[in-house]
Ligand binder design. Structure first.
Ligand code: MG
Ligand code: ZN
Length: 203
């Protein structure tokens, strides 16, 4: 098998409604359902040398709806499901904060809740990534907004909360790739010509 050219240094994947089916404050690992085609689609990026990170807002921690143990258990199950399909994840980046929370330790504004980019930037620094050679995939404006701030490519999926965020994405970030499913979004990213960076085709 020939080596694939690496189009992206890393993908920053949202978890709920993107990588797995949206369940709303999921605390039980048995509720994890990978999005259709997730493993096969991501394996092509793994094989090309692209690192895969999960970046997830888990305001349920600040709201008292989830504990860190809940979130970590679900993340471990997501990691396991992908690992057995030959797709290792480079890391989970979790924001537990929310300004309107009820748990004092996590009830605050922060720089890591998407569309904040503190978590992405931590990975970019630690792994020596080039932001313009990264892509963000998600189902909310928050994901695309982070991509815009980073100068990364963006894919907005119409899964999860994607339909209700579509207008905001189209108005604020018209260069965003829209896709009906994760599988389609990953295929669209792979099909980008080398000259396309951050959704802005060169002349
Ligand atoms: Mg989501
Ligand atoms: Zn945060």
């Amino acid at each position: 098998m020939t080596a694939r050219r690496r189009l992206f240094d890393a993908l920053f994947l949202d978890r709920d409604g993107t990588l797995i089916v949206e369940r709303g404050y999921l605390s039980d690992p048995s509720g994890v359902r990978l999005s259709p085609g997730a493993a096969a689609g991501l394996k092509r990026f793994t094989d090309a040398g692209t690192l895969l990170f999960v970046v997830t807002n888990q305001s349920g921690i600040a709201r008292g709806r989830l504990t860190w143990d809940d979130v970590n258990a679900v993340n471990a199950e997501v990691e396991r499901r992908l690992r057995v399909r030959g797709v290792p994840l480079a890391g989970f980046l979790v924001c537990p904060h929310y300004p309107g929370g009820t748990v004092a330790a996590y009830t605050r504004r922060c720089r890591c809740r998407k569309p904040g980019t503190a978590l992405h930037r931590r990975a970019i620094r630690a792994f020596g990534l080039r932001p313009e050679r990264c892509a963000v995939v998600g189902d909310k404006w928050d994901d695309v907004g982070a991509a815009v701030a980073l100068g990364a490519a963006a894919v907005h999926l119409l899964t999860g909360h994607g339909r209700s965020h579509r207008r905001a994405v189209e108005e604020k970030a018209p260069g965003t790739i829209l896709a009906r499913t994760l599988a389609e979004g990953l295929a669209r990213l792979e099909a980008l010509p080398q000259s396309v960076k951050a959704g802005h085709p060169s002349p």
